[in-house]
Design a protein. Structure first.
Length: 109
């Protein structure tokens, strides 16, 4: 194992008298910009779009909507406030849940 490491290091070092190969900052900046652009379009932008769509979904909640909470509870919206939603999960059973815990809305028809 040690000899394999020595061979790799010997192959990686330039021979004596050879010019040094320096990675200039001008060559590294476009690579970093390209990586950022790829991350933006593959990760950041779709996450922001999902977040915006979920916020619009929560803002449009109204009584009578059928919802699914993060815990898997299927319920019907009874009342809506700024931070909480009162839902009916059974006859005479109403529960206050946080708005952010609403994952899916099925509109009343």
């Amino acid at each position: 194992m040690l000899t394999a490491s020595a061979w790799v290091l010997a192959a990686a070092t330039p021979p004596a008298g050879a010019p040094q190969q320096g990675n200039s900052l001008l060559f590294m900046i476009p690579a970093y910009v390209g990586i950022f652009v790829v991350f933006y379009f593959l990760m950041i932008r779709p996450a922001r779009q999902r977040q915006k769509a979920h916020a619009e979904l929560l803002d449009a909640l109204k009584p009578g909507d059928k919802v699914v909470c993060a815990g898997g509870i299927h319920a019907t919206v009874v009342g809506v406030t700024d931070a909480t939603v009162q839902v009916r999960i059974a006859d005479q059973v109403r529960v206050d849940v946080d708005k952010a815990s609403i994952t899916t809305v099925k509109r009343a028809e």
